[in-house]
Design a protein around this ligand. Structure first.
Ligand code: BT5
Length: 319
């Protein structure tokens, strides 16, 4: 895409002006085309100085996580290579499910803001404009439906590794889908599947990470945090977004090729739930037991006070 090419040249030449003529020659296009794409970039939020005789200089880039901005950091083969970016959307998971039947495996849908971000079981997900990464990944693996739940754990490991790599902080997994720092939730994962009894049609992995959120609604105070609150810095969402996709592809491939065992080991290592007393809701009753293991299917194994051992496949577990 020409607009992309012009942007790449401007990014690579931040110390000097590039003339319209030079751009025309490098890209083999007309002056009018260059002028048109420079104007489009300006309306996308790029501040570009245009100086008579010397040319164009990129002064400032917008804080957006579209493909042009994240692709320099993206190392994947297929995850996020088809990348749809929205200024505002109701929910990236809802949109992903809508387009999934005809979308490519690995398609990522990313929004600056969600107006109806969702958690599990109809719960809400606060997704303020430009302050987080609100993303869904469409997958079309050759798996049986009962294996889909393991992908929540694959995503959790990818997020933990990303937080370590980019923000240099340790986070942990509150089974099955919360990523937590200092006992507060920084990220939630929502895995949804469409399939038949023995076959997955598609899976959507929704990942919401609070990056530069500074204030949460009252009901989340003390329960939610952001990478910015934890590090005391404003983080660049661009390498962070790409790193999630990079790490997700890395661990997804490990899972598809070698099976779940090494992901399971990492989940156990990062788990904040194991070897703790947990409250589990079973048939509307609250039961207290001890989380003793994560099994080969990604389920939590809980031993209750009466010695009974139960396999918890999903639902709410609080430490
Ligand atoms: C989750 O559900 O944690 C899954 C969240 C998934 C969000 C992503 S964003 C991209 C994609 N598109 C969507 O529409 N969703 C996915 P659950 O375990 O049910 O937790 C929901 C609960 O977390 C809420 O009831 C609140 O208590 C709390 N919560 C809501 N927003 C939060 C936030 N931004 N940070 C931390 N906690 C939050």
């Amino acid at each position: 895409m020409l607009k992309n090419d012009i942007l790449s040249i401007l990014k690579a030449n931040k110390d000097k002006h590039i003339s319209g003529q030079e751009l025309c020659e490098m890209l083999n296009v007309s002056r009018t085309a260059v002028w048109k794409y420079i104007n489009e970039l300006k309306s996308d939020g790029y501040i570009i100085e245009s100086k008579h005789k010397s040319g164009y200089l990129l002064m400032e880039e917008p804080d957006i996580i579209d493909y042009m901005e994240i692709s320099p950091y993206l190392k994947t083969k297929f995850i996020g290579r088809n990348y749809l970016h929205f200024e505002s959307i109701s929910s990236t998971n809802d949109y992903a499910k809508e387009i999934a039947p005809s979308a490519a495996d690995g398609t990522a849908i990313v929004a600056e803001e969600q107006t109806s971000g969702r958690g599990r079981m109809g719960r809400y997900w606060v997704s303020n404009k430009g302050q987080g990464i609100w993303m869904s990944i469409i997958l079309k693996p050759n798996l049986s439906p009962n294996e889909a739940v393991k992908l929540t754990q694959v995503a959790a490991v990818a997020v933990i590794e990303t937080i370590k790599e980019i923000a240099d902080i340790r986070s942990g997994i509150k089974w099955p889908n919360d990523i937590v720092i200092n006992s507060k939730k920084v990220c939630g994962i929502l895995t949804e599947m469409n399939g038949e009894i023995d076959r997955v049609n598609f899976i959507v992995i929704g990942i919401g990470i609070n990056v530069n959120v500074q204030n949460f609604p009252e009901d989340l105070c003390g329960k939610a945090t952001s990478l910015s609150i934890e590090t005391g810095k404003i983080l660049d969402r661009k390498p962070l977004t790409a790193s999630i996709l990079n790490n997700f592809e890395k661990y997804y491939r490990v899972f598809l090729i070698d099976g779940f065992s090494s992901i399971r080991n990492l989940c156990k290592e990062y788990s904040l739930t194991l070897n703790k007393d947990v409250k589990v809701i079973i048939n509307n009753n609250e039961c207290i037991g001890r989380a003793v293991d994560i099994d080969d299917d990604g389920n939590l194994i809980v031993v209750f006070k009466n010695g009974e051992k139960k396999t918890i496949a999903s639902g709410d577990v609080s430490v």
